[in-house]
Write a protein that binds this ligand. Structure first.
Ligand code: NAP
Ligand code: ZN
Length: 347
């Protein structure tokens, strides 16, 4: 077994610290990846701090993993050594089911998350991309288009697909008015991808401090939710609202911004529940929905879409040693717009 170097959370209340561990022996159908960059998703913080109540320690977070193939199993056909590849939020799916459902595998039982989970054998822990190597079954490895750099491309593997999937599912496109709530890691990808799909994008942010960036990334409008006038002015405006906020907010106020038959999709996953009033959806036959990442098939489709439209994430590169400070900055919405860890800093 190969020894990997990384950073781990060992407890919900302690900072992440250096961690050395064994990566599993590659099987015939595995790809071994030398990790070069890993994005910092807010879900890493929720899980490192056990905010969803399902954390297993030690935990090596990281599910926006970008690197280069360093070895392949004898039955691997899709990849060769040197290829630029990525790993997103899961490394196996439909385990125990009769067959893999490639369209909605992320919603079915038998999914194996990239970290904070166990492999199909039920015992081997999965460790994520805050580390210098990872071993993943070929069918769960993504190909980066040639024009997408690994550093600014890494966040596409979670932030990108998490916005692409609901934008595609609810048919964001020309003539559709779409609001993105929260201009963070997920939100800024939603602006870029939604605009590339041809939708009319509005950002709803706590303040106007990032307005210039929002408009530069493709939004037509940008409003501050701290201003009560925003909710009056925009009442009944949107076909689709995607909420990326990771803390409980008043969803009723945002439902008021939908047109008749509009849909608000939650992708942000707060620790605490938020009450929804029946009249917030009854009036206007509105829908409150949710969406989680995307299948491997859809994630590859998203990467190819981003390649075609030259879409990457706006990133701030950090060293692995800066991870705890970066977590605090994400909590203060002080990142433009995704931290990416330079894994070379582990050496
Ligand atoms: P992030 O970079 O922290 O972005 C969240 C944004 O929400 C912030 O930038 C901020 O935008 C806004 N916000 C923060 N606190 C707020 C408050 N008190 N009131 C109103 N708005 C607030 O986080 P992220 O990585 O994009 O992740 C966002 C959430 O999505 C997390 O809960 C994460 O776990 C979840 N997630 C879900 C999926 C899925 O598949 N459903 C996938 C990945 C992540 P402004 O400064 O513009 O207001
Ligand atoms: Zn994520």
């Amino acid at each position: 077994m190969a020894i990997a170097k990384g950073y781990a959370a060992t407890d919900a209340s302690k900072p992440l610290t250096p961690f050395t561990f064994e990566r599993r022996e590659p099987n015939d159908d595995d790809v071994v990846i030398a990790v070069q960059y890993c994005g910092l998703c807010h879900s890493d913080i929720h899980q490192a701090r056990n905010e969803w109540g399902n954390s297993k320690y030690p935990m090596v977070p990281g599910h926006e993993v970008a690197g280069v193939v360093s070895a392949i199993g004898s039955k691997v056909t899709k990849f060769k050594i040197g290829d630029h590849v990525g790993v997103g939020c899961f490394v196996n799916s439909c385990v125990g089911l009769p067959e893999r459902n490639v369209d909605i595998e992320q919603y079915l039982p038998g999914i194996v998350q990239t970290y904070n989970d166990v492999e199909a054998d039920g015992t081997t822990p999965t460790y994520g991309g805050y580390s210098d190597s990872i071993v993943v079954k070929e069918g769960y490895v993504l190909s980066f288009p040639e024009n997408i750099p690994l550093d600014s491309g890494a966040p596409l593997l979670c932030a990108g697909i998490t916005l692409y999937s609901p934008l595609a599912h609810w048919k964001a496109g020309p003539g559709k008015k779409v609001a993105i709530v929260g201009m963070g890691g997920l939100g800024h990808m939603g602006v870029k991808i939604g605009a590339a799909m041809g939708a009319d994008i509005t950002v709803l942010s706590q303040s106007l401090s990032k307005k210039e960036d929002g408009l530069r990334l493709g939004a037509k409008d940008y409003y501050a939710t701290s201003d009560a006038e925003t909710f009056k002015k925009l009442a009944g405006t949107f076909d689709l609202i995607i909420c990326t906020v990771g803390v409980a907010i008043d969803w009723n106020a945002y439902l008021g911004l939908l047109k008749v038959d509009g849909t608000m999709v939650l992708v942000g996953a707060p620790e605490h529940p938020a009450p929804v009033h029946a009249f917030s959806v009854i009036a206007g036959r509105k829908a409150l929905a949710g969406s989680g990442i995307g299948s491997i098939k859809e994630t590859q489709e998203m990467l190819d879409f981003c390649g075609k439209h030259n879409i990457v994430s706006d990133i701030e590169m950090i060293n692995m040693q800066d991870i705890n400070e970066a977590y605090e900055r994400v909590l203060k919405s002080d990142v433009r717009y995704r931290f990416v860890i330079d894994i070379a800093s582990l050496a």
